[in-house]
Design a protein around this ligand. Sequence first.
Ligand code: GDP
Length: 317
Amino acid sequence: MITVLTGGTGGAKFVDGLRRILPPQELTIIVNTGDDHDWWGLYVSPDIDSITYVLAGILSPERGWGVRGDTFHCLQAMKALGEPDWFSVGDRDLATHLLRSQLLSQGRTLTEATRLIAEKLGVRSRVLPMSDQRVETRIEKPAGELSFEEYFVKRRYQDPVKSVRFAGASESKPAPGALEAIIKTDSILIAPSNPITSIGPILAVPGIREALRETAARVVAVSPIIGNAAVSGPAARLMASQNLPASIAGIADSYADFLDTLIVHDSDAETAQALSSIGVEFASTDILMRTTEDRLRIANSALVCALPDNAAVKVAS
Ligand code: GDP
């Protein structure tokens, strides 16, 4: 069994590699829900959707979010009605949000709604939200606060960030099955996701970080940072706002209390050697996922680090 902690686009690319190697029933994915938001009266869970779509083989390869080949007629019609259109929702994607909102309004939990939608899309791996309770990532600016999607999509992460908080986290509980998936697994992979706003909210759910420290499974992360820059998005800037160096040292620092191995880019191998005193092992490869082959190779490297004796995985490389 392999358990993955992940966010959206970087995580989805990594999960795409894993799903091509592992039998689906061996894969459990615990997904960030800090980006969840209400849009046109519907409950949208962007990271759960990206992971569900990638596992179903329908994620848009061009956009990295939403459904492959989707149309945007509803978005245009809403715009014509004077409704906000800064968050793009495709027509087929909309069906997911309608169904999830309906299930939640009927009293189903987010875990149940996620499972039902995944099943209907033919997904055989287990997709778990980090929690059934609402935890909202809030970006604090020098003046005022934004939701994550307002910061990231509407304002294209241009605002100065003072700090990041996870509203509701302290009262939340891990989703049913999440702690077990961390404790009773062969290994845990942390996707190359934003450590502050994709993995951070998962770690803020009481009990999850403790389970990661306690588990006997090896924990392996792939760095989302190469040199001093994120491969994409605001990870470097957000790390700086938390007084973390925007580098592999900052990633290792964020996860040091539970991480066994951090996979870094070849160009960071020397820096990694200097960090050996912090109790994390390093492995290096080309961690840029441009093609399907890259995704396979990186997923395979992570599995080899996580399961050093697994011959089946080695054959797949
Ligand atoms: P999002 O922020 O909701 O889109 O989702 P994630 O947190 O999963 O993905 C964003 C993170 O993935 C960023 O920090 C990127 O630096 C990282 N990332 C994106 N593409 C790649 C890649 O090809 N390789 C690696 N190593 N990291 C990546």
